[in-house]
Write a protein that binds this ligand. Structure first.
Ligand SMILES: NC(=O)c1ccc[n+]([C@@H]2O[C@H](COP(=O)([O-])OP(=O)(O)OC[C@H]3O[C@@H](n4cnc5c(N)ncnc54)[C@H](OP(=O)(O)O)[C@@H]3O)[C@@H](O)[C@H]2O)c1
Length: 297
């Protein structure tokens, strides 16, 4: 089968499309014929040799965590899913024609593989950090960096739960945030004052790692009301850095429920063939994805 792989850490040029042995579903796993694989910043962070503490890597390594596809092998002990089912979920080396998944759910009817591949990781992260920051219905959540994959998920989960969101994003994404039900402002100079003008802030999430933690603490009045997924310096300010994944099946069930009620839609900004995985990484690393980027197989 064809698979994207890298044999040394480095820039996008280390990615190669290779012929590889097909993987097989061991106990508790399924294998899918991959139709689409989500592109996440962690994919290029791992390719560069970052975050190896949390994700040890043996070289050569495949790329990709998220996938949507058709089940074609069911491992020992797995129930409730059959060959031929359309699923989305998380696994390893998903930029490939076949991949083994460790967590999955059936895709809601009417959802394309391309869109479905964008949900698993960002929904896991969004559900986790909304829980960790402890924001409740009727309160206001500030989201710094709200137009990317995680932000798009956070905004729509919050809207469904009756949480008001104030989001920051680039000038070209203000209407996008408003379309997801948020109050919006840019992250340019003076942003904290503009946020104050939009309302009181009960809790805040830093999704961009753009050095805003002290301002988020000031706006919420309490470092325990702030969570970051992108700034490793957060603990210096008494703020939690969230890096340990929560339950993927719970997040996928929430995604399926929201999608089937018409309450969740994250657009795919651009799709790339397997041969253009390096271009997908270059575009993701530029840091201005609206919604998601996806590899299609
Ligand atoms: N710790 C964890 O568990 C965890 C989990 C998932 C992701 N992450 C990390 O969280 C970050 C976000 O992930 P993602 O998947 O949402 O990324 P993404 O889809 O690439 O989104 C990046 C977003 O950042 C925004 N942005 C760029 N510069 C900004 C600034 N100065 N201030 C505010 N926003 C800015 C962009 O908005 P505009 O285009 O509007 O400028 C863009 O929408 C990444 O660094 C990722 O590695 C961590």
């Amino acid at each position: 089968m064809k698979k994207v792989s890298f044999a040394e850490f480095g820039g996008p040029e280390v990615l190669r499309l290779i012929d590889a042995e097909e993987p097989h579903a061991g106990p508790g796993r399924i294998r899918v014929a991959v139709r689409a694989a989500g592109v996440n910043p962690v994919d290029w962070r791992l390719r560069e040799g970052q975050v190896l503490g949390a994700h040890p890597i043996v070289l050569p390594s495949g790329v990709g965590l998220d996938a949507a596809g058709v089940v074609d092998e069911v491992g020992e002990g797995v129930e409730g899913v059959a060959v031929g089912d359309r699923v989305f979920g998380e696994g390893v080396s998903t930029y490939a024609e076949f991949a083994v998944l460790s967590a999955w759910a059936r895709m809601p009817g009417g959802l394309s593989f391309e869109e479905a591949a964008g949900y698993p990781s960002v929904m896991e992260t969004a559900v986790r950090i909304i829980g960790e920051v402890g924001v409740r219905p009727g309160q206001t959540l500030l989201v710094s960096g709200a137009s990317g994959g995680v932000g798009s998920a956070v905004l729509q989960i919050a809207r469904d739960r009756g949480i008001t969101v104030i989001g920051t994003a680039g000038a070209g994404n203000q209407d996008y945030l408003r379309g997801l039900g948020a109050l919006a402002t840019t992250y340019k100079e003076g942003w904290a004052g503009r946020v104050r003008g939009l309302g009181r802030v009960d809790a805040a999430l830093d999704l961009a790692g753009s050095g805003v933690i002290p301002a988020l603490v000031e706006l919420t009045g309490d470092p325990r009301r702030v969570v970051s997924i992108a700034d490793l310096d957060a603990p210096k300010f008494g703020v939690r850095f969230s890096g340990v994944a929560g339950s993927v099946p719970v997040a996928l069930a929430q995604a399926a429920d929201l999608i089937s009620r018409g309450r969740l839609h994250i657009p795919v900004e651009k799709s790339y063939p397997l041969t253009e995985a390096a271009a997908a990484h270059i575009d993701s690393q530029a840091g201005h994805t609206r919604g998601r980027r996806v590899i299609v197989i």
